[in-house]
Design a binder for this molecule. Structure first.
Ligand SMILES: Cc1cc2nc3c(=O)[nH]c(=O)nc-3n(C[C@H](O)[C@H](O)[C@H](O)COP(=O)(O)OP(=O)(O)OC[C@H]3O[C@@H](n4cnc5c(N)ncnc54)[C@H](O)[C@@H]3O)c2cc1C
Length: 402
């Protein structure tokens, strides 16, 4: 294994960091500089808010730089499962919302001319057993019924592409991929030019409303704001009483390996997944195979940890998975291996809006598809902070508080 072991491929492009020192008091403090926090800053600036202060603890730990670069239509559940959980009408609205948030990412990149290796060429969801294959077919029927594009790809076609031990797949034409660090850095640079103040190395311990102001307490000092946005995703319960008391999110560790650049083609050049999305992969712009997952084969599913070390059992599982399901001429050499902490929410969807304080807001808990949801949900949050009502589908499906 090379020296870059445990270092995410995406951090070969360094994450922009904020200045050192204690942040000033001001109007709105945004805690977390991953995609949620930076997107919240962007959309709040667009709404005309000024005097925004962004803080983070250790920028590099963010899941934003440790993911697989997928920007996916749909949810972590298949359409069939979504209908079973929510009924057809709500499932249709949630699927439509998942598409809107993907388009927000694309549109922002275009509007700000951010070069983040964005490619919108679709997504292949592969079944590795007959039961999943049936579920895929039923999901396609439901998607068609509700006016969404999706197509079945049979086993022979997948074998021609270079996959093995797969049954069939759903092709989703609108999904995309991009370089998450380039997108986050580009968006952040834009916000800094518009006056955002950004401080790194600020470890927030608590966020509370006290006598009509928000107190943000760090290890060394306290700071006062008119409002705050908690954008720390999996880390939110560590600094927010509201998150901890309501058990809004639970952290879990995802893990990824990435090969050296290959001198042979990768079966498909588009993002793809297997086994209900438990394994997910893509081809990087420099022709590497990046693949993550396998946590569902570990005793506790990697749930409840904040340790971003690499689990060797998961790493080996991923390598064996590649050997079983891809037909490569030569064994792959793996150059990067890393993990990151994401957050499962109770609902499977992000929490967007005020907490139990009308001055402390949050956008967090994506349960997987956070690249698009973080950016799109932050736009909804900025609307809400600007006085708009919470959209009904968000209030119903994303924000229950019990
Ligand atoms: C292995 C893996 C693969 C994934 N693959 C995909 C994918 O392909 N597609 C997809 O859509 N999503 C994927 N995700 C999920 C996605 O990356 C996340 O949902 C998304 O990045 C969350 O962004 P965020 O800004 O909310 O949180 P994060 O990016 O985790 O950022 C959290 C921020 O909070 C800050 N913070 C934490 N504690 C404190 C503190 N005490 N004080 C101050 N600041 C603090 C951190 O420094 C950081 O800036 C994946 C995640 C992982 C881990």
């Amino acid at each position: 294994m090379s020296k870059s072991y445990s270092h995410p491929y995406w951090l070969d492009v360094p994450a922009l960091k904020g200045q050192a020192g204690q942040p000033p008091d001001g109007e709105i403090c945004i805690i977390g500089s991953g995609l949620s926090g930076v997107s919240a800053a962007y959309w709040l600036l667009e709404k005309g808010f000024e005097d925004l202060i962004l803080v983070d603890d250790q920028p590099e730990i963010a899941a934003t730089f440790r993911n697989c670069g997928h920007i996916l239509y749909g949810t972590v559940e298949s359409m069939k499962a979504l209908v079973a959980l929510h009924g057809e009408e709500k499932a249709q609205k949630l699927w439509a919302l998942s598409i809107d948030v993907c388009h927000e990412v694309r549109d922002t990149m275009q509007r700000l001319a951010i070069d983040a290796e964005y490619r919108q060429e679709g997504y292949l969801v592969m079944a590795i057993d007959a039961v999943e294959d049936r579920e895929i077919k039923e999901s396609i029927a439901l998607l068609h019924k509700h006016g969404f594009d999706s197509a079945y790809v049979d086993q022979k076609e997948l074998e021609k592409l270079g996959f093995r031990n797969v049954f069939g797949a759903r092709f989703e034409p609108g999904s995309a991929q991009a370089h998450p660090t380039k997108f986050r850095n580009g968006l952040l640079q834009h916000c800094l030019k518009r006056g955002l103040k950004y401080y790194s190395g600020v470890s927030v311990k608590s966020v509370d409303e006290i006598q009509g102001k928000v107190r943000v307490q760090t290890e060394r000092s306290e700071h006062w704001y008119e409002a705050a946005v908690i954008a720390a995703n999996a880390y939110s319960p560590l600094l927010s009483r509201f998150f901890a008391e309501h058990h809004l999110v639970e952290p879990f560790r995802g893990q990824i390996i990435c090969s050296e650049p290959l001198d042979e083609p990768i079966p498909v050049s588009i993002p793809h997944s297997f086994d209900h999305g438990y394994e997910y992969a893509l081809r990087t712009a420099d022709n590497r195979l990046m693949i993550g997952g396998w946590r569902n084969h570990t005793p506790h599913g990697e749930v409840g940890t904040y340790d971003i070390g690499v689990n060797p059992e998961v790493e080996q599982g991923l390598k064996d998975f590649v050997a079983k399901h891809y037909s490569f001429q030569k064994p792959l050499a793996w150059e990067h291996s890393w993990s990151g902490i994401m957050a499962a929410s109770k609902t499977g969807f992000p929490f967007i809006g005020p907490t139990d304080s009308a001055r402390i807001y949050t956008v967090a808990g994506y349960t997987g598809h956070g690249f698009s949801w973080a950016h799109g949900s932050a736009k909804i949050l900025a609307d809400v902070m600007n006085g708009d009502p919470i959209p009904p589908i968000v209030a119903e499906a994303c924000n229950p508080r019990s």
